[in-house]
Design a protein around this ligand. Structure first.
Ligand code: APR
Length: 229
């Protein structure tokens, strides 16, 4: 009985770049246009919730207008391979992996399409436009926020993620600068082989056994084709 090869994959903004969603730290990235302290921290939300809602409303609209690309499609195909047991972890809050057909996506930084109540912890599908005066459907408090993990907050599912990375035969990072922890530290937890697929070397490139550079829509389908042929 041949056991399936366990693969843990971590994706970042680079896998959605060619779908037009942009990244954070490239030359035209989001953090060159917005101060992350204003739009991606609990303090920024406390200071100006309308600004933060507008920021995520614009990203939600951008995401709804985008389509998954060949890299998302290749990972969805890999999830269907009988010889591979895939755990897909993403730092991305877009839903392009799901729309490409990936069955189980672990969103460690939350989801743009979900809303959270800061008072009672209820979660629901986010409306297209969120605003500070929205009421929580469960407790009616006006404490709604995007279900997104901000800087200074604990990412979701870290127990599941660390177990999956540690037990994987292969850990692959795709489209991430490896500048933000704990995601950037996952490669150190990997016990198996490690591979970086990125446009350019990430901050952790030297921590990987192997690296392939190029646009995700070329490098990822090529890698999946080799793996599944
Ligand atoms: N194909 C592959 N990789 C690409 C492409 C592409 N077409 N375009 C850009 N990249 C790479 C860049 O070289 C860079 O290494 O994607 C990476 C994007 O890095 P970041 O913009 O820092 O995005 P990410 O690593 O996902 O950021 C991590 O930071 O701001 C927080 O919560 C946010 O989840 C995000 C986290």
């Amino acid at each position: 009985m041949i056991t399936a090869m366990k693969i843990a994959i971590l994706t970042g903004a680079g896998i959605s770049a060619e779908s037009g969603l942009g990244t954070f730290r490239d030359e035209d990235g989001l953090w060159t246009k917005y101060d992350l302290n204003d739009v991606a921290t609990p303090e920024g939300f406390g200071r100006n919730p309308a600004l933060v809602h507008d920021f995520y409303n614009a990203r939600r609209a951008n995401c709804q207008g985008a389509t998954p690309n060949a890299a998302h499609d290749a990972l969805a195909q890999l999830a269907r391979s009988p010889n591979h047991e895939l755990t897909l972890i993403t730092q991305n809050i877009d839903d392009l992996h799901e729309r490409a057909g990936s069955p189980r996506v672990i969103h460690m930084h939350g989801e743009l399409m979900r809303a959270l109540c800061g008072t009672c912890d209820a979660r629901w599908d986010a409306p297209a436009i969120m605003a500070p005066h929205d009421h929580c459907p469960q407790c009616q408090q006006t404490a709604t926020r995007p279900d997104v993990v901000w800087f200074g907050e604990m990412p979701y599912f870290m127990d599941d993620i660390t177990v999956a990375v540690a037990r994987a035969d292969l850990f692959v990072a795709i489209g991430t600068s490896a500048e933000v922890y704990p995601a950037a530290g996952l490669v150190e937890l990997a016990q198996g082989d490690t591979l970086e697929l990125n446009l350019a070397p990430s901050a952790q490139a030297n921590a990987f056994d192997a690296r392939r550079f190029g646009p995700a829509t070329q490098v990822v389908p090529q890698w999946v084709a080799e793996l599944t042929s």
